[in-house]
Design a protein around this ligand. Structure first.
Ligand code: SAM
Ligand code: SF4
Length: 314
């Protein structure tokens, strides 16, 4: 379906839980106020939303969270979504700490590609930013993804000044070693966190000035990709703040507690819990029509989403 600005909306991001086993400092450092289970959409409710959304042209689904793999029965839920007629592709964004040993199971459930988040290649720094004592054996995970033909592998790293901007040479080596894509995401002001946004924010342009070996390769609707002469793999940048890509936005979001979010960067939400199919279809259309022409974070932060990222899904 086309939105009010003639953008084709064919992509639904579903946050299946707001819970997570990490406490990333820029996302949910203090954990969550645990909600009663009946406030979270049940499998049947999520599948109902998917069934109605394919009727108006949604073809691609991404499962996200919180951490999607902490939801009980997640593999069965993915299978149910995958089996909805009209769903062409189902992918996942995960912190991957629960994925080791489970890639085949995820693939069998219907997931075709995995984006996993990894802000640093250093175990101690991982523990600092994730605010836990966990680590991720990313070499082992990447090998498991390759063995299961889950490609292209995309790693998402939130770019944080003074934390991981000096790790770009290491990300280039990792991309080369496994011929994969590392995407550096600009830090976004989302939710009202006690996190020093201005201290950590760094733009793509600043990074490119430092790493002159990065050569422009190609662009898609949300990322710009760079390569390094003689090396395999790509380094991508996702710059929602410094180079906003709202004109090619193709998505709506469903939160775990049953709200449709037309845009990540404001507070407009449409409640869809406990409504019937006809009303649901109308609400989905309403959400698509309510998409703004662009976010306004470059003008003011007054209107940022009150929900922290773990309650939206990225
Ligand atoms: N837990 C999963 C994960 O970390 O991949 C999925 C949910 S997480 C909210 C989705 C993505 O949003 C992750 O790549 C995460 O790094 C990113 N993210 C969270 N907070 C962010 C922020 N303030 N700015 C930019 N990206 C953010
Ligand atoms: Fe959890 Fe992902 Fe948020 Fe980190 S970014 S706290 S892994 S939901």
């Amino acid at each position: 379906m086309l939105d009010s600005f003639k953008r084709e909306i064919d992509y639904l991001r579903i946050s299946v839980t707001d819970r997570c086993n990490l406490r990333c400092l820029y996302c949910m450092p203090d954990g969550i106020d645990k909600r009663p289970h009946d406030e979270i959409l049940r499998d049947e409710e999520i599948v109902k939303v998917v069934k109605e959304s394919v009727k108006i042209g949604i073809k691609k689904i991404r499962i996200t969270g919180g951490e999607p793999l902490v939801r009980k029965g997640i593999y069965e839920l993915i299978r149910k979504i995958h089996d909805v007629e009209g769903v062409k592709e189902i992918t996942i964004t995960t912190n991957a700490t629960l994925l080791l040993g489970n890639v085949k199971k995820l693939k069998n459930a219907g997931i075709s590609r995995v984006n996993f988040s990894l802000d640093t290649l250093d175990d101690e720094k991982f523990q600092f930013i994730s605010n836990t004592d966990l680590t991720l054996d990313y070499h082992k995970l990447i090998k498991e993804l390759i063995e299961n033909e889950m490609s292209p592998i995309k790693i998402n790293a939130v770019l944080l000044r003074g934390f991981n901007d000096n790790e770009i040479p290491k990300f280039i080596e990792l991309a080369d070693k496994y011929n994969l894509i590392v995407r550096l995401i600009e830090l976004m002001p989302v939710g009202h966190l006690n996190f020093d946004y201005d201290k950590y924010y760094i733009s793509k342009d600043k990074v490119l000035k430092t790493y002159k070996e990065l050569i422009f390769h190609r662009k898609d609707s949300i990322s710009e990709y760079y390569h390094v002469e003689g090396k395999k793999g790509l380094i991508g940048f996702i710059n929602p703040i410094s180079h906003k890509f709202c004109s090619s936005c193709n998505r709506i979001r469903l939160t775990a507690d049953g709200h449709l979010k037309p845009c990540l960067h404001n507070n407009n939400e449409i409640m869809i819990k406990d409504i019937d199919e006809t009303q649901l279809l109308d609400k989905l259309k309403e959400a698509i029509k309510a998409k703004p022409i662009s976010h306004t974070l470059d003008e003011s932060r007054d209107n940022i989403s009150d929900r922290p990222m773990n309650k939206i899904g990225g």
